[in-house]
Design a protein around this ligand. Structure first.
Ligand code: PGA
Length: 257
């Protein structure tokens, strides 16, 4: 039986205008009507989430957020909690994206974000990935460290909804020629599952969708999905344009047959 795939569009700040956000959402709703074999989720910038979640309510496209606060108590000016995001229609949270980690996101904050997300009932999409692939960079240990730091103390039964997005930092925001090679992705995917098996048990680890992110484009999506051994993609830049995002979704749909 073909395995269900998932493509998440991380709009970052690429879509900065409410009108554009609305237009892209409506186009995706129309074009993806009746889509089978692939789930499609999008993470617009926070100010647009309530409206877009409303627009897409009756469609299979889920809407999520790019970040929530790690704080649990309300005494924090400017913070937005996972519970608030759920209240306006978000279904998932991107946690520990490298662009967040590089600004302020220590492993402790990432773990706290994960806990807040699980408490709220939203689905956590946990991002991990090494900064460099130079010969001296021990990227397997780095990724193992991030997984351990985020998941070690979380009760296993809470992790049933976990999604892992492997996004090597060096491959983010470039073009298809600089994305990860499928064989290297396959190797890292196996490693991630091995670490997940140690953390949550083998059976549960096999059920965790592992996505790849980092310069996924229409050009490389087919090869990466067919040879990279992942369950789908977390797409940045190419998700902000309907033509490239739809082409990636189609590549994943065909690759899952
Ligand atoms: P990119 O971003 O597709 O633009 O490389 C991926 C991501 O950062 O999630």
């Amino acid at each position: 039986m073909a395995k269900k795939r998932l493509v998440i569009g991380n709009w970052k700040m690429y879509i900065a205008d409410a009108e554009e956000a609305r237009a892209l959402s409506l186009l995706l709703r129309r074009k993806l009507r009746g889509l089978t074999g692939v789930d499609v989720w999008i993470a617009p910038p926070t100010p647009f989430i309530a409206e877009i979640a409303n627009l897409l309510e009756s469609s299979p496209i889920k809407v999520g957020t790019q970040k929530v606060t790690y704080h649990a108590d309300p005494k924090h000016t400017g913070s937005i909690s996972a519970t608030m995001m759920k209240g306006v229609g978000a279904s998932f949270v991107i946690i520990g994206h490298s662009e967040y980690r590089s600004a302020a996101g220590t492993n402790d904050k990432v773990r706290a974000q994960l806990e807040r997300t699980l408490d709220s009932g939203l689905v956590p999409v946990l991002c991990i990935g090494e900064e460099s692939r130079s010969p001296e960079a021990d990227y397997f240990s780095f990724v193992e460290g991030q997984l351990n730091a985020a998941l070690r103390n979380v009760p296993k039964n809470l992790l049933k909804k976990l999604i892992v997005a492997y996004e090597p930092v060096w491959a983010i925001g470039k073009d298809a020629s600089q994305a990860m090679k499928p064989a290297d992705l396959r190797e890292m995917g196996i490693f991630i599952r091995k670490i997940l098996a140690e953390l949550v048990g083998r059976e549960s680890a096999l059920k965790v969708p592992v996505l790849y992110g980092g310069s996924v484009e229409a050009e490389n999506a087919s090869t990466l999905i067919q040879e990279g051994g992942v369950n789908g993609f977390l797409v940045g830049r190419a998700s902000a344009r309907a033509d490239s995002f739809l082409a990636i979704i189609e590549a994943v749909r065909q690759g899952s047959r």
